[in-house]
Design a protein around this ligand. Structure first.
Ligand code: MGD
Ligand code: MGD
Ligand code: SF4
Ligand code: MO
Length: 756
């Protein structure tokens, strides 16, 4: 199966971020008219968005103490004066009546909470007392932090000051970790966030399982659209005709889980036909002969059988791609935790980029601007960690941080790592260590901005771990699923009400610093993280680590230390520095590849030394058993996971997810379009929620598709509770990437259950 599509104007077509922009651009009109009739002069406060992690600069329009509208900040490279549909719905987040309003202590059971409203003193006092008790019993390393979002940096600082280095995030092992590790093993560096993809100058773009446009990272979508508008060719590899695929020159509806076969076949064609950039490889890469030998078995004819993509198409795309080198991108996407061999799949993508010489070339992967902001001066050194403790990430030698599932696993294990036996485990796996009876157990979790029940695989394991804890604290803005499992809930104020950590971005033409500052006072008793962590530190005797007077003093001092004009930053929202910009390789601008060889490693000695495949190999992954369909999922352009599924401006537009199904399959199953169904997974688990079936020609017959983030189960989320189904609810089995601990999140097989 393969389809060649004609080009249509991308800009005119709906369903992408541009659609989000137009929908949302109409939305705030009513707020504007309030503004026009208001008494007070409109104030304009520059800050940045937190409705996803792109952190676009925005200007909050404030009148009579209320935010009445938000607009994109034209100075922000992340948005260039625009906000996506979600960003425009800021008021739906700020003025959500369901928000967490006061600190709360659970006097009932975990999972069946009975909430007692608490003062900040009481809530923080209780947390400090429990953290102290854990430290005395098992050492500070028995406390872990899960965090996602800008304010998490203050929590990480607190955790390190307390004495633990065990911080983690689903955005590593359940998101972009495999991509970052795969690229780092090859180039010695990541593609960054925001990614260094130079889409606007590309001549050929390949997207593999990445649906830009529905994935609405603002300026990235703008660059992508610009590139296409300037004539870039597009190939989209996706079992579903995503909105990007609908504009592609080549849509390759691949059999899910076989992408590695396609990538290896492309490498095979490029090396066998000598289509690579020979001078570039000569200067910067090692391992071409070994690569060539290793991929001989992976011919396009072989790959056709695995992938369902005709060998002829595989040849054509490889040749056309190579003809446009080096101004091409084979995108590593972002969400890459798919099938458990994802760091290797990402390495195969990195290798193709290397062969075509894209790193450091226009329209490829640019060399990012350099820059940094110094840390706050005079902070004491963090306490030393005990040398005799087992290294939690030892089983995954290429992990950049602890992984969520490792932390969970050691939380479930019994006992503390004390005494001489603990030192034996430095190189053994956590499971082995547990079996030997001297694990390094976790007793406390701090959960900042992570909805772990929906974002880690295997909800039951997460619950088992939570039940084993002495303390679990959730720092959130909404009563999301995770709140119901917390002992203490701390209400953070929203991004429009707080000073926060600086956000920095390394772009092609600038190093950018963005400030978050309050547009309005925090509502109810919610507080910013800089305040919560400082107060907690005071009670715990760690105040020397938090010498700043307040959030603004923290930011001002860091800027002053780096000779950056804080007043200008505050006024404009953005400082854009372009003194260290040099995006492309020239004779005088040579790239550095911080791998062990100092070169791009087509053959990885690091991997070979640790017993892994030095060149990626193909592994067959399970396909749906008879009677089951593969559940594909992705992003709704108008939602960010479960962060926005309660936002009243967005639920008006997209209240729940639906189940896209191929019409032929649907008719065979006797379904009618729009019918409500449940899903059942291989373990016989039936979804508590329902979805409407949506007939479509836009995906393979062996798959169904829905957007992630729905299927929230929390009564306090009045608009999101029990709306739709969460893909994570349907995940039965998953495997772990042996290189870096990423989990396979795309192994969901489901049956459709009618009649309920
Ligand atoms: N099955 C499955 N699993 C996935 C994914 C998937 O598609 N399917 N996606 C993966 C990906 S790509 C990622 S990045 C991760 C994300 O995983 P997480 O990091 O766990 O998820 P988020 O949705 O970012 O976090 C949501 C929580 O942050 C809270 N929140 C929102 N704003 C704020 C704020 O300003 N302050 C505080 N303190 N809290 C706030 C929300 O109310 C919510 O409880 O999940 C991964 N896991
Ligand atoms: N609107 C919006 N934008 C977002 C986010 C959001 O929540 N909402 N989240 C942001 C975050 S944190 C991330 S990580 C990114 C994620 O965005 P992307 O990196 O673009 O990844 P996904 O959303 O996982 O991509 C889903 C696509 O992969 C396809 N797919 C599924 N299985 C396979 C397969 O086996 N092979 C291939 N080739 N394709 C497959 C699906 O059909 C779907 O079209 O989006 C970011 N942007
Ligand atoms: S891409 Fe949209 S949601 Fe994300 S930060 Fe930008 S405006 Fe906000
Ligand atoms: Mo992500």
């Amino acid at each position: 199966m393969s389809v060649k599509l004609s080009r249509r104007s991308f800009l005119k077509v709906s369903g992408t971020a541009t659609a989000g922009l137009s929908v949302a651009a109409a939305m705030p009109e009513k707020f504007l008219s309030w503004a026009e009739t208001g008494q007070e002069e409109l104030q304009q406060i520059p800050t940045f968005c937190e409705l996803c992690f792109w952190n676009c600069g925005l200007i909050a329009k404030v009148q009579n103490g209320k935010v009445v509208k938000v607009d994109g900040n034209p100075l922000s490279e992340r948005g260039r004066g625009r906000l996506c549909g979600r960003g425009n719905a800021a008021l739906g987040s700020l003025y959500d009546p369901d928000r967490l309003k006061y600190p709360m202590i659970n006097t009932g059971k975990r999972g069946e909470p009975k909430w007692k409203r608490a003062s900040w003193d009481e809530a923080l006092g209780l947390i400090a007392q429990k953290l102290q008790a854990i430290k005395e019993k098992c050492g500070p390393e028995a406390v872990a932090l899960f965090s996602h979002g800008t304010g998490g940096a203050f929590w990480k600082h607190l955790l390190k000051a307390y004495g633990s280095g065990n911080y983690t995030a689903p955005s590593f092992a359940q998101c972009r970790g495999p991509r970052d590790v795969g690229f780092s093993l090859t180039f010695g560096d990541e593609v960054g966030s925001p990614e260094y993809y130079d889409f606007s100058k590309s001549r050929f773009i390949v997207l593999i399982g990445s649906h830009l446009g529905e994935n609405a990272h603002n300026s990235q979508v703008q660059d992508f659209v610009l590139g296409l508008d300037r004539g870039a060719k597009l190939c989209v590899v996706d079992p579903r005709l995503s909105n990007a695929a609908a504009k592609a020159d080549y849509w390759l509806p691949i059999r899910p889980a076989t992408d590695m076969a396609l990538l290896l076949a492309w490498i095979n064609v490029i090396v066998n036909e000598g289509l690579y950039d020979a001078d570039y490889l000569q200067s910067y890469a090692t391992g071409l002969p070994e690569l060539k030998t290793a991929v001989q078995e992976y011919t396009p004819e072989w790959a056709e059988k695995e992938t369902d993509i005709p060998a002829a198409t595989i040849y054509t795309v490889a040749r056309e791609l190579a003809a446009n080198k080096p101004n091409v991108i084979v995108s590593g996407g972002r969400f890459s935790a798919w099938y458990g061999d994802d760091a290797q799949r990402s390495r195969a993508i990195a290798i193709i980029n290397a062969l075509l010489g894209t790193w450091g070339r226009p329209g490829g992967i640019y060399l990012p601007a350099k820059g940094s902001v110094p840390e706050y001066p005079g902070i004491p050194a963090y306490p030393e960690h005990r040398a005799d403790l087992p290294t939690l990430d030892a089983p995954y030698p290429f992990a950049f941080s602890q992984t969520t599932t490792t932390i969970r696993e050691v939380t479930i294990s019994e006992g503390c790592a004390t005494g001489p036996s603990a030192s034996k485990q430095t190189t053994t796996s956590i499971r082995q260590a547990t079996a030997e009876g001297a694990p390094h157990q976790m007793h406390g979790w701090l959960v900042y901005g992570c909805n772990l029940l929906k974002t880690m695989p295997d909800r039951n394991e997460t619950i088992k771990a939570i039940q084993n804890l002495d303390l679990i604290v959730a720092i959130d803005i909404l009563p999301n699923d995770i709140i119901n499992w917390a002992d203490v809930v701390l209400p953070e104020c929203t991004y429009l009400e707080r000073f926060d950590m600086l956000s920095t971005g390394k772009f092609r033409d600038s190093f950018e610093i963005s400030i978050r500052q309050p547009a309005v006072e925090p509502m109810w008793e919610s507080k910013p993280s800089w305040w919560i962590t400082k107060e907690l530190a005071k009670i715990m005797g760690l105040e020397s680590y938090f010498p700043w007077k307040d959030g603004e003093d923290y930011l001002r001092t860091r800027c002053q230390t780096g000779n950056l004009n804080y007043d200008e930053l505050k006024k404009k929202g953005i400082l854009s520095l372009n003194d260290k910009v040099n995006p492309y390789i020239t004779e005088t601008n040579q790239p550095e590849f911080p791998t062990p060889s100092g070169k791009i490693e087509l053959y990885s000695t690091q991997l070979a030394e640790k017993g892994f495949d030095p060149v990626p190999k193909y592994t067959k992954h399970p396909q749906p058993p008879t009677g089951f369909l593969r559940l594909l999922y992705g992003r709704s352009p108008l939602h960010t996971f479960s962060r926005t599924t309660n936002n009243f401006m967005l639920t008006d537009l997209v209240p729940a997810n639906s189940l896209m199904i191929n019409k032929k399959t649907a008719l065979m199953l006797g379904l009618t379009n729009g019918q409500e169904v449940r899903l059942e997974n291989q373990a016989g688990f039936k979804s508590p929620g329902k979805v409407k079936v949506h007939f479509s020609q836009r995906l393979r017959e062996d798959c169904v598709y829905m957007a992630h983030g729905f299927g929230v189960h929390s009564k306090g989320m009045t608009r999101a509770d029990n709306k739709g189904i969460g893909d994570e609810e349907m995940l039965d089995k998953y495997t772990i990437d042996p290189l870096m601990g990423g989990t396979s999140m795309r192994s969901n097989f489901v049956k459709i259950v009618k009649g309920i």
